[in-house]
Design a protein around this ligand. Structure first.
Ligand SMILES: NC(=O)c1ccc[n+]([C@@H]2O[C@H](COP(=O)([O-])OP(=O)(O)OC[C@H]3O[C@@H](n4cnc5c(N)ncnc54)[C@H](O)[C@@H]3O)[C@@H](O)[C@H]2O)c1
Ligand SMILES: [Zn+2]
Ligand SMILES: [Zn+2]
Length: 380
């Protein structure tokens, strides 16, 4: 048993004291886990656009000071009373989409959303309404129930899943958001069928993961749509058969018309991974009449709304969305890890940048450059 059990741990964390300021890497006190909580030593974390969005101050639910980060993996240091699903020494992935297996949502069999810790998670506190982080004598808020930009963090037991240690945490962390979100959107949410035609708008980490999932399900045609020509090579590497740069199609043709013409009537499935509401419209209208489904994944800026003519839906197109790809974290992530270990799921290929914890702010800088798919932060 480690000698930190039951004690407050002082370690480094990247604290977001205020919106739009660089994160401050400084000492934080991490309190011991209470009942149904788990304290983990974070070994690696990815940096995702949602962290950037909240840090920018544009997220109406963003609260400060807080510790961001939601794409992390590490090792269990200690557990609180009543925790049975993980034990000290287990390798775990943090889950911003909890899975309690008991609530109305979990039992519905229709969704991966879970209601158990939703309300307190949104307020930046643990399920008992308090925080486990202190710095400069103040309480620091949690973020997305994960706060992986700290060397130690405390999670609800329903917000983490143990996985084999045969996958390095520098890879498993990416299953905590981007890769699972895209792969799950194709395989779990849309259930892309063999031979189908799909279009993916935005070939970042999420879009490339959709392409990977669609290829696994043997889609016939996979069209990647991106404003950045450099993404063509990336998209083809993951299985895209076609690439369209919307800036390079004839000026008098709408993107959706172009895609409908290109696909003999439209796509069976389209996915928005840009967060741009006019792209979402194009994605819906690029669907095949009668059955095409468009799945919204991108997170739009606060206050944005989507529009289309209702006739698009009357004539059989379906507009929906999913979070975390529709994947149930505790039930399904170990299977994704197995797929990785069998060589059926790419993960390493997404890592374009690596930084150490003291340079965490640089991960935000590289994310804004077009050539970054994922930057992994070494938290040790
Ligand atoms: N729903 C969820 O659970 C979930 C989870 C993770 C991320 N997201 C969201 O998914 C989106 C994609 O995330 P990512 O990490 O892949 O981002 P990314 O920035 O790596 O990729 C976005 C891609 O979209 C392209 N793009 C931007 N505007 C475009 C446009 N108008 N037309 C065509 N291409 C365009 C960019 O060139 C880039 O290649 C973000 O909005 C993110 O917030 C949602
Ligand atoms: Zn994310
Ligand atoms: Zn639940």
């Amino acid at each position: 048993m480690s000698d930190t059990v039951g004690k407050t741990i002082t370690c480094k964390a990247a604290i977001a004291w205020a919106p739009n300021e660089p994160l401050s890497i400084e000492d934080v006190q991490v309190l011991p886990p209470r009942a149904h909580e788990v304290r983990i030593k974070v070994l690696h974390t990815g940096v995702c656009h949602t962290d950037q969005y909240t840090l920018s101050g544009k997220d109406p639910e963003g609260a400060f000071p807080s510790i961001l980060g939601h794409e992390g993996a590490g090792i269990v240091e200690s557990i609180g009373d009543g925790v049975t699903s993980v034990k000290p020494g287990d390798y775990v992935i943090a889950l911003y989409t909890a899975e309690c297996k008991e609530c109305k949502f979990c039992r519905s069999g229709k969704t991966n959303l879970c209601g158990k810790v939703r309300e307190t998670q949104g307020k930046g506190v643990m399920p008992d309404g308090t925080s486990r982080f202190r710095a400069r004598g103040k309480d620091i808020l949690h973020f997305m129930g994960t706060s992986t930009f700290s060397q130690y963090t405390v999670l609800a037991d329903v917000s983490c899943v143990a996985v084999t240690d045969r996958i390095g945490t520098d890879k498993s962390c990416l299953l905590g958001c981007g890769i699972t979100t895209g792969y799950g959107a194709a395989v779990v949410s849309a259930k892309v069928e063999e031979g189908s035609t799909i279009a993916v708008f935005g070939a970042g980490c999420v879009g490339l993961s959709i392409i990977m999932g669609a290829k696994k399900n043997k889609a016939g045609r996979i069209i990647a749509v991106d404003l950045n020509d450099n993404k063509e090579g990336w998209a083809r590497k993951f299985g895209a058969t076609d690439f369209v740069n919307p800036l390079k199609i004839p000026r008098n043709v709408l993107l959706q018309e172009y895609l409908v013409n290109m696909t003999d009537g439209g796509c069976d499935y389209t996915f928005d991974c840009t967060g741009n509401v006019s792209v979402m419209r194009a994605a819906l209208e690029a669907c095949h009449k009668g059955w095409g489904e468009s799945i919204v994944i991108g997170v739009a800026a606060a206050g944005q709304e989507i529009t289309t003519r209702p006739f698009q839906l009357v004539t059989g197109r379906v507009w929906r969305g999913c979070a975390f790809g529709g994947v149930k974290g505790r039930t399904q992530l170990p299977g994704l890890v197995d797929d990785y270990l069998r060589g059926e799921l790419k993960v390493d290929e997404f890592i374009t940048h690596r930084v150490s914890m003291d340079r965490l702010n640089e991960a935000f800088d590289v994310m804004k450059q077009g050539d970054c798919i994922r930057c992994v932060v070494d938290m040790s």
